[in-house]
Design a protein around this ligand. Structure first.
Ligand code: FES
Length: 179
C-alpha cells in the first residue's frame, strides 16, 4: 500500500516526507502532492512518485520512481527496490542495478545513466526525512515525469487532490508515468 506524504511544516519551506527515519536496507515509496497555482486561478497538483532508501551504511537517499531505461516505476511490489543482496537498487522490469547512494547505473541496461535524485535532509533529533518544496518542483519539471497531474479550481475544497489528508488516494506502483 502506498503512503501519501502530507505533513507540511507551517513556517518552513521544508516538507516532512517520512517521520522517524527508515530501517537499514529498506526502502519506502511515497506519493507526494506537489502543488502550483496558475495565474488564471487554477491549481495544478502533481502526484509525484518517489522512494526513499537506506543502505547498509545508514545513509538515506531519495529518487524519482522512474527507470531511465524504458520509463515507468522500478518496482512491481510495494517498497521493493533493493536487489537480493540489498546492496543495490534494482529495477524489476529488466534487471538494471543502481548504486544506492547516488543512483548511478551499475549493471544491466542502465549502465551510463542514473536515477533522478530528490535531495533530502534528515533531522538529527527525530530522524524525519525532509525535502524542500523547490526540490519537488524541480523534480516535476526536470525528472522523467513520474506523476499524474490534476487541475483543480482554486476555490475547490478537494482536500484529497491537494494532498490535504492522510489516506488520500495514492498512485499505483505500476502506473506508468506519462502514459
Ligand atoms: S525499465 Fe528498468 S531496466 Fe528496463
Amino acid at each position: 500500500m502506498l503512503r501519501t506524504a502530507t505533513r507540511q511544516l507551517a513556517t518552513s519551506p521544508l516538507r516532512v516526507l517520512l517521520s522517524g527515519g527508515l530501517e537499514p536496507q529498506t526502502a519506502r515509496e511515497l506519493t507526494v502532492p506537489v502543488e502550483t497555482t496558475l495565474a488564471e486561478g487554477t491549481r495544478v497538483v502533481r502526484k509525484l512518485e518517489v522512494f526513499i532508501v537506506r543502505g547498509e551504511d545508514e545513509k538515506l537517499a531519495a529518487y524519482e520512481n522512474y527507470c531511465p531505461h524504458a520509463g515507468g516505476p522500478l518496482n512491481w511490489l510495494p517498497d521493493k527496490f533493493l536487489s537480493r543482496s540489498k546492496r543495490h537498487l534494482l529495477c524489476t522490469r529488466h534487471g538494471a542495478h543502481f548504486a544506492i547512494h547516488d543512483g548511478v547505473g551499475l549493471r544491466g541496461p542502465c549502465v551510463g545513466s542514473s536515477l533522478n535524485p530528490l535531495p533530502i535532509t534528515v533531522d538529527a533529533e527525530t530522524g524525519d526525512v525532509c525535502v524542500s518544496e523547490q526540490s519537488l518542483l524541480d523534480l516535476c519539471a526536470n525528472g522523467g515525469g513520474a506523476f499524474i497531474e490534476e487541475e483543480v479550481a482554486c476555490d475547490s475544497t478537494d482536500g484529497a487532490a491537494a494532498g490535504g489528508g492522510d489516506g488520500a488516494a495514492g498512485v499505483g506502483a505500476g502506473s506508468p508515468p506519462g502514459g
